[in-house]
Design a protein around this ligand. Structure first.
Ligand code: IPE
Ligand code: IPE
Ligand code: MG
Length: 245
């Protein structure tokens, strides 16, 4: 008699792609009587642990929402602080990320960013392009509406030029025009800070993501929170519209 491994004893697979809306920096600072900058600073530090956590859990893709296309509405001083922290993060962490075989990618509209930040993005992507352990995508001046409209424009131009028939536009063709082309859709999407909305993040890509909302404020987020969210994901049954198994 042979003992075939029972499927029931196999733990559900870890998500291949985790996306995170890192929210709550301002409230974290406010609760301590500190300026919002202190929350953003602590929030930037929390990113390191999450990157490590993903590698430990065997997660292949991590996408972080760092700055939305709507975040320009914040006071100029706060925008400057956020850009300054980003600059610091890219300069300080790149060598370590590269050493840890992390590939860095960015999505968003970079034209509005300062040119030295555009250069840092370019060099981080170039330097880490061959890395294979974790693909870290940072959404920077990103907004799904912008992304979707831009994809429409590209397809419309091809139709206008006569190189594409309107009827030939398919989900796959559309997907290929998004900034996330080549990146699998997120299996698990986490938002911290108790807010329960997507705030213009990965609207197309999150069609069937499992959503986990945590009350924890982003600067307090640790590997343990990540592991707990992954366990919650593993308890869910993904049906994609089909009947329950
Ligand atoms: C997330 O924290 C950081 C960014 C949006 C850049 P917030 O700054 O939104 O923090 P809260 O929501 O005000 O607490
Ligand atoms: C979403 O958080 C953007 C990022 C985390 C970068 P916000 O704090 O900007 O979202 P809203 O305004 O509460 O929806
Ligand atoms: Mg917020």
């Amino acid at each position: 008699m042979t003992f075939a491994p029972s499927l029931e004893n196999t733990p559900p697979p870890a998500p291949k792609h985790v996306a995170i809306i890192m929210d709550g920096n301002g409230r974290w600072a406010k609760a301590r009587g500190l300026p919002r900058f202190a929350g953003h600073q602590k929030g930037a530090k929390a990113v390191r642990a999450v990157v490590e956590g993903c590698q430990e859990l065997g997660i292949g893709h991590l996408t972080l929402y760092a700055f939305s296309s709507e975040n320009w509405k914040r006071p100029q001083a706060e925008v400057n602080d956020l850009m300054g922290l980003l600059r610091l993060y890219l300069k300080r962490e790149l060598a370590d990320l590269h050493r840890n075989n992390v590939r860095m990618q960015f999505i968003g509209d970079f034209d509005a960013l300062q040119s030295d930040i555009q250069d840092l993005i370019e060099s981080a992507q170039w330097k880490t392009r061959g890395n294979t352990a974790l693909c870290l995508t940072i959404a920077l001046n990103y907004g799904s509406h912008d992304e979707i409209v831009e994809a429409c424009r590209k397809l419309a131009r091809a139709v206008e030029a006569g190189t594409l028939r309107a009827d030939a536009i398919s989900e796959d063709l559309f997907r290929a025009e998004l900034q996330t082309a080549g990146i699998p859709d997120p299996d698990l999407l986490i938002r911290t800070s108790g807010e329960q909305r997507l705030s213009n993040f990965l609207l197309w890509q999150a069609a069937y993501s499992e959503l986990v909302f945590l009350d924890t404020l982003w600067p307090d987020f640790t590997k343990d929170h990540l592991a707990a969210a992954v366990r919650e994901y593993q308890r869910r049954e993904r049906r994609y519209g089909a009947a329950s198994a």
